[in-house]
Design a binder for this molecule. Structure first.
Ligand code: PBG
Length: 330
């Protein structure tokens, strides 16, 4: 910065003097249509079931999910990402409920499409962990490891039943090698060429998934480090990105959000497809807990994190606060 005499020549503070000035020069602006609401639906629930680890979030009943989807339309959201929570007794080693046409996710997809039509992009999580009794994202081999290629066959079947139930977009989130190509081929082969694939491309093994495990009543033993990415690796995410794009991903995601803004930025620069960020359960729970303790200003903290995703290059943001924030943006 140069000066003339004793005064600074440039004063960036001038553009920060009033709220109107700051609004005018803001480089990024959140809009309801940036936001996607992740939602859980629990089989057999007569009423929504609150989640202890995520205050304000529930496992929906079929009825309350329909209402949440209708509210999402009114709020102007981009979409909804639905996760099914089957009855405990229906979990098995193969995750059979995930490919049952009458499984909870498929039933919920039909409900939601009947409710919202094409006014909201209806997305489904495509992964087995909600449906397996061991809690892993795939089927296991004889040694108890997740069997990549056998899992791909299960994902292909999941893609077909989810598309048949009305998903506009499927989100393969299990971090199996080749999952995008397999899902794409399965969709095309079954007449669902228009169903898009939103790939969980860089999905890191994260401590911040904690509350999600309660949300889907997961019985996971051990961890997912043998298939999800290691937080030490950023360049590796670019390799995953190249693979998913080559395999036909229509949109790519980075997950979790806040600890991986560098990866998000890399994706936004390196790819020409829309990039999403998933602000996950633990990120939600942390801010809610801090706000409850009076440590942070809740609304300001939420908006700051969501704006940071846009600044880093996200086109779409999955956040459990989607509907609430959209209401505030209007
Ligand atoms: C896998 C899946 C997970 C989440 C979304 N899809 C969990 C995991 O990989 O352990 C986490 C979402 C969240 O924490 O909010 N089906």
């Amino acid at each position: 910065m140069s000066t003339y005499g004793e005064f600074p020549l440039s004063r960036p503070r001038r553009l920060r003097t009033t709220a109107a000035m700051r609004r005018m020069v803001a480089e990024h602006r959140l809009h309801p249509s940036d936001l996607i609401l992740p939602a859980f639906v629990r089989e057999g629930a007569a009423e929504p079931v609150p989640l202890g680890s995520m205050p304000g979030i529930v496992q929906h009943s079929r009825d309350s999910l329909k209402k949440a989807a209708a509210d999402a339309v009114s709020a102007g959201l981009a979409g909804i990402m639905i996760f099914g929570v089957p009855e405990d007794a229906k979990k098995d080693a193969a995750g059979t409920a995930g490919t049952d046409p009458d499984g909870i996710l498929q039933v919920a997809l039909r409900d939601v499409r009947a409710e919202v039509g094409d006014d909201l992009v209806v997305m489904s999580d495509l992964c087995l962990d909600e449906y397996t009794d061991h809690g892993h994202c795939g089927v296991l081999d004889a040694a108890g490891r997740v069997d990549n290629d056998a899992t791909l066959e299960r994902y292909a079947e999941m893609a077909r039943v989810q598309a048949d139930a009305g998903a506009h977009v499927v989100g393969p989130s299990g971090m199996m090698d080749g999952q995008v190509a397999h899902v794409r081929r399965a969709l095309d082969g079954a007449g669902f060429a228009d169903v898009a694939v939103f790939a969980y491309t860089a999905k890191y093994s994260s401590a911040f998934y904690g509350p999600f495990r309660e949300a889907i009543a997961s019985s996971l033993q051990g961890d997912r480090k043998a298939y999800q990415q290691d937080c030490a690796n950023g360049r590796e995410a670019l390799r995953e990105l190249a693979l998913d794009l080559a395999e036909g991903a229509d949109m790519v995601m980075v997950k979790p959000g806040m600890p991986y803004l560098d990866v998000l930025r890399d994706f936004a620069e390196a790819s020409d497809v829309p990039v999403g960020a998933y602000q996950i359960s633990g990120e939600y729970a942390m801010i809610e807990a801090a706000a409850e303790k009076g440590i942070v200003d809740r609304e300001a903290a939420i908006l700051e994190t969501l704006t940071a995703f846009k600044r880093a290059g996200a086109r779409m943001i999955l956040t459990y606060w989607a509907t609430e924030v959209a209401g505030r943006l209007r």
